[in-house]
Every structure is written in structure tokens, then in C-alpha cells.
Design a protein around this ligand. Structure first.
Ligand code: ATP
Length: 297
């Protein structure tokens, strides 16, 4: 009996791990682009996060040597602060996220969290301290309870419920035919973009990471839903170091600091007010977007 159950248990564990790895990969695909190419050092240690101070120092990087993407980017995100990265498409915003996860190694310079170079710590421990809320949360063909708890198999129902409440999806779930046991995903109930994102927020709240990487939604959410989701993201970001990769400027005005990236170089940095006053790149992007929004209204 033991001989039969042990391999079955083992297979169950392997299956769950593969399943989780697949979701990790697909969920991060948009933001992070590629699965890991780098290896842990033989003497890699577990990361120890004290406050969550993220620092890029003169980071240079290119996906291939012939085409530099980041050309000496320095970025300081003090513990608990919210820094937004804005800039034109292709300027390298998401690449910074991929380097933070160490999906690639920097070509020059360094990237540290609380003084620890990401190259010196295990990738598992690094990934456990960073929560990602992607544009499009991937759902399993399973219950909504499972989908929220994914990644925290030890979570109690009370914890799942508290996360759902904080993500403002609890009432919606109670109205479903089988509540938390309702099947969702491709073969179950299909959730809207906003509902899926709330599942993503609840999932991240359960994981409770000290550092957040938010890939701001560009998907077609209506304005009201977008504002609601934005409020939930801001609530979640309270007390955590947060890096927001922003595609729309209207949602970053409250950030502690805004960094404008162009062609892999930080061209401006400051608060929304400071940058408007400077009347440079950010101000012109802002005025252009205001005009576009007014036209669309
Ligand atoms: P967007 O706002 O459009 O998402 P971004 O500022 O996030 O743009 P990145 O995704 O960081 O831009 O891409 C920066 C540059 O790197 C782009 O020119 C892109 O084509 C290139 N790039 C991104 N991923 C890869 C990759 N896996 N291999 C090669 N080049 C890549």
C-alpha cells in the first residue's frame, strides 16, 4: 500500500507544481515576456526583505548585444513607496520588470533589493517576495475559491474570504450559483476583464508580498470599472514598495514619484506637480493625453 500511495502522492505534488509553474509563466507572460534563462548561483541564499528598497544602479541591458534597450538606468524606490514608470511604447518599461524578476541578467550595473543583488539570491525566494498583478489574470478551470487561493494552498477559507472582500469581489461571488464553489475559467463561468483582475488582486493579497509590480491594465475596462480597480490597487499598494508600469498617465498622478523612460534612458523624474511645472516631456505627454481624453468624451 505504502509503495502505491507514495508515488501517487509524489505525482500529485509534481502535478500541482507543474500546474502552478505553468500559470506563473503564462500569467507573467505579458509583463515579463519570457521564462527564466538564468540559473541560481551554487551558493545563492534566500532573499531577506527588511523594507523592500529596490534600487537599479546604472543598469544596461539588451536582449541581444547589438541592440541596447536600457542604457544606464538608475532608479531608487525607497521601501513602501510607489514609483510609476511611464514612457512611449518600446522604451523599456516592462524590461525593467523582467530584470527585477531576474528573468535576465543585467549587462552592466546592478539591481538590488534591500542591498542584496538579485544575482546572489535564489530565484524562488526572489519570486516569493514580489507580487505581480498582470493585465490579464489567468484563470484555471476550477472553483473561484481555488483560483483565489492558488499559490497559497495552506490558505484557510476565512483568509480567502478576507482577500475577496478586500479585492471587492466577495459580494459578486456570493451571488454566483454555487458561491465560492462555482466553477470558473474556459469551461466554467466566464468572468469579465474587471472580475478577473479582482481575482488577481485577491490572489496577490493572499500572497501578501512586500513588493508589488503592477502592469497597469490597458484592456478595455469601462471608465467606472477602471477607476474602481485603480482604487483597489492603490489600497493594496499601501505600505508595500510598488512599481507601476503605466500606459495611461491619468492613473499615475498620485504616485510618490514618476519616472519617464525614453529609448532606455530616464529623461525626467519627479512628482506629477513637479513634472508639470518643468513643462518637459511628461508635461507634453500629459497635455496630449488630456486632449485625447476630451476628444473621446
Ligand atoms: P510597451 O509600453 O509597448 O509595453 P515597453 O516600454 O514596456 O513597451 P519593453 O517591452 O520593455 O517596452 O521593450 C523594449 C524593447 O525591447 C522593444 O523594442 C522590444 O521590441 C524589445 N524586446 C522586448 N522583449 C524582447 C525579447 N524577448 N527579445 C528581443 N527584444 C525584445
Amino acid at each position: 500500500m505504502i509503495q502505491i500511495t507514495m508515488p501517487l502522492n509524489f505525482l500529485g505534488t509534481v502535478y500541482r507544481e507543474i500546474r502552478q509553474a505553468l500559470v506563473d509563466m503564462s500569467e507573467m507572460f505579458d509583463l515579463l515576456g519570457q521564462p527564466a534563462e538564468v540559473q541560481d548561483k551554487p551558493d545563492a541564499s534566500e532573499i531577506k526583505v527588511t523594507g523592500g528598497h529596490v534600487r537599479l544602479d546604472g543598469v544596461e541591458f539588451g536582449y541581444d548585444a547589438a541592440r541596447p534597450i536600457l542604457k544606464g538606468v538608475s532608479l531608487d524606490v525607497p521601501a513602501g513607496q510607489n514609483v510609476a514608470i511611464v514612457g512611449p511604447s518600446g522604451s523599456g518599461k516592462s524590461t525593467i520588470g523582467r530584470l527585477l524578476f531576474r528573468f535576465y541578467d543585467v549587462g552592466a550595473g546592478s539591481l538590488t533589493i534591500d542591498g542584496q543583488d538579485v544575482r546572489d539570491v535564489t530565484q524562488d525566494s526572489l519570486h516569493s517576495v514580489i507580487g505581480v498583478v498582470p493585465q490579464d489574470t489567468v484563470l484555471f478551470n476550477d472553483t473561484i475559491r481555488y483560483n483565489i487561493a492558488y499559490g497559497r494552498e495552506d490558505a484557510t477559507f476565512a483568509e480567502i474570504e478576507a482577500a475577496a472582500k478586500a479585492a471587492k469581489i466577495h459580494d459578486f461571488i456570493l451571488d454566483l450559483p454555487e458561491g465560492y464553489d462555482t466553477a470558473v475559467g474556459e469551461r466554467g463561468l466566464k468572468l469579465s476583464g474587471g472580475e478577473k483582475q479582482r481575482v488577481g488582486i485577491a490572489r496577490t493579497l493572499l500572497k501578501n508580498p512586500p513588493i508589488l509590480l503592477l502592469d497597469e491594465a490597458t484592456s478595455a475596462l469601462d471608465t467606472e470599472t477602471e477607476a474602481d480597480i485603480q482604487a483597489s490597487l492603490e489600497e493594496m499598494a499601501e505600505g508595500r514598495t510598488t512599481i507601476t508600469i503605466a500606459h495611461r498617465l491619468s492613473t499615475v498622478a498620485d504616485a510618490d514619484r514618476i519616472v519617464v523612460l525614453e529609448h532606455g534612458v530616464v529623461v525626467e523624474e519627479g512628482t506629477h506637480g513637479e513634472l508639470l511645472e518643468r513643462d518637459g516631456r511628461y508635461a507634453s505627454l500629459w497635455h496630449r493625453q488630456q486632449a485625447e481624453d476630451a476628444e473621446a468624451a
